[in-house]
Design a protein around this ligand. Structure first.
Ligand SMILES: NC(=O)c1ccc[n+]([C@@H]2O[C@H](COP(=O)([O-])OP(=O)(O)OC[C@H]3O[C@@H](n4cnc5c(N)ncnc54)[C@H](O)[C@@H]3O)[C@@H](O)[C@H]2O)c1
Length: 317
């Protein structure tokens, strides 16, 4: 059972790849969860699929033993949205990534849910404030963006709008933490944080292929074996600080000359460089590190990379 007293029941509306996966997480932690899709048959199929996929993970030793039995006991399928959401504390919306489909679902959800039921959209990219316009009670609405597969990827972005009640954000963050997730509350905007970065990377990867610089296979290999190799441990700011922000600024100059102003060095980087804050080597960059902390960071980096290289070799053997 989840540590949190909230939510006592979850309804997942739209039980495709993500909805079924999110339902798995709650149900496997003993939270009563109901899935509903576009028809009673699709809802039941999604329930069965969620249990079956969990059983496969359990058989492979990838989740705790007993998780499938717990999920099976706590997961059900509903025939309609009205039947699913009536007594839910939390409704997770994971229908198609189309504003018209989502807003039509909100109308049905709000008609049947209690006034303080929290409604969370799993949209990947649509600004939450835009979707909130369709809600009669936007105070209980927010973005809760999971990553595929929800059971295994740690991060969940939580995106309140200016109208979301602070208590709603706290409850959602508490529930996600109790599920063992890394929940990070961020500002609203197209693609939030992860997809804005991920799609910028993909756009550039595609342009590299269009320009004939590398094949998709080569791009994949280079990304996963170069800067992608660092990403399980360090985010872009720590990586930039370790590389040197002065070096980054010089590289941006070359990229801008060759690839256009979309590659101009960001002002926040220039500001650090102008102040002599070059990162780890200067003791200050985006992060502030004492000499001891900088040494510790580099040691941790080296240990992590050795361990990851072993893990990769195991995975590929
Ligand atoms: N696929 C991903 O990697 C991913 C990751 C994070 C977020 N998301 C987001 O999650 C949402 C769902 O994505 P997905 O990949 O699971 O899509 P999907 O196509 O697999 O699933 C969507 C489901 O919604 C159902 N549906 C459509 N209209 C409905 C309605 N009115 N009532 C009930 N069910 C309805 C469909 O039948 C389908 O099963 C999207 O907003 C998407 O952007 C997707």
């Amino acid at each position: 059972m989840s540590d949190a007293a909230w939510p006592r029941k979850v309804a997942v509306v739209g039980a495709g790849t993500m909805g079924a996966g999110i339902a798995q997480v709650f149900a496997a932690h003993g939270v009563p969860t109901v899935v509903v899709d576009a028809s009673p048959e699709l809802s039941e199929e999604a329930r069965a699929r969620a249990v079956e996929l969990l059983a496969r993970l359990e058989a492979a030793g990838s989740v705790e033993s007993g998780a499938t039995a717990t999920a099976k006991r706590h997961l059900s399928a509903a025939a309609t949205i009205a039947a699913a959401v009536g007594d839910a504390d939390l409704v997770v919306e994971a229908v198609f990534e189309r504003p018209d489909v989502k807003t039509a679902a909100y109308e049905e959800i709000e008609a049947a849910a209690t006034p303080d039921t929290v409604i969370a959209t799993n949209t990947s990219s649509i600004p939450i404030a835009e979707l909130a316009l369709a809600l009669r009670r936007p105070g209980r609405f927010l973005g809760v963006h999971w990553f595929v597969p929800p059971l295994l990827v740690p991060c969940v972005e939580v995106i309140p709008t200016a109208s979301t009640e602070p208590g709603v954000v706290e409850k959602v963050l508490g529930a996600l933490t109790a599920l063992g997730k890394t929940a990070v509350a961020v500002g609203d905007g197209p693609g939030f944080v992860a997809n804005r970065i991920q799609f910028a990377m993909f756009r550039e990867a595609a342009r590299i292929v269009e320009d004939g610089v590398a094949t998709p296979e080569q791009v994949d290999e280079i990304v996963r074996s170069s800067f992608g190799f660092r990403l399980p441990f360090f985010g872009p700011f720590t990586i930039a600080d370790m590389a040197g922000l002065d070096v980054y600024a010089d590289i941006f100059d070359t990229l801008e000359r060759g690839l256009g102003e979309g590659f101009a060095a960001p002002a926040v980087l220039r500001d650090h460089v102008a102040r002599g804050e070059y990162g780890v080597k200067a003791g200050r960059g985006f992060l502030e590190l004492s000499q001891d902390e900088a040494r510790e960071l580099v040691d941790r980096r080296d240990r992590a990379y050795v361990a990851l290289a072993r893990l990769r070799a195991e995975g590929e053997s």
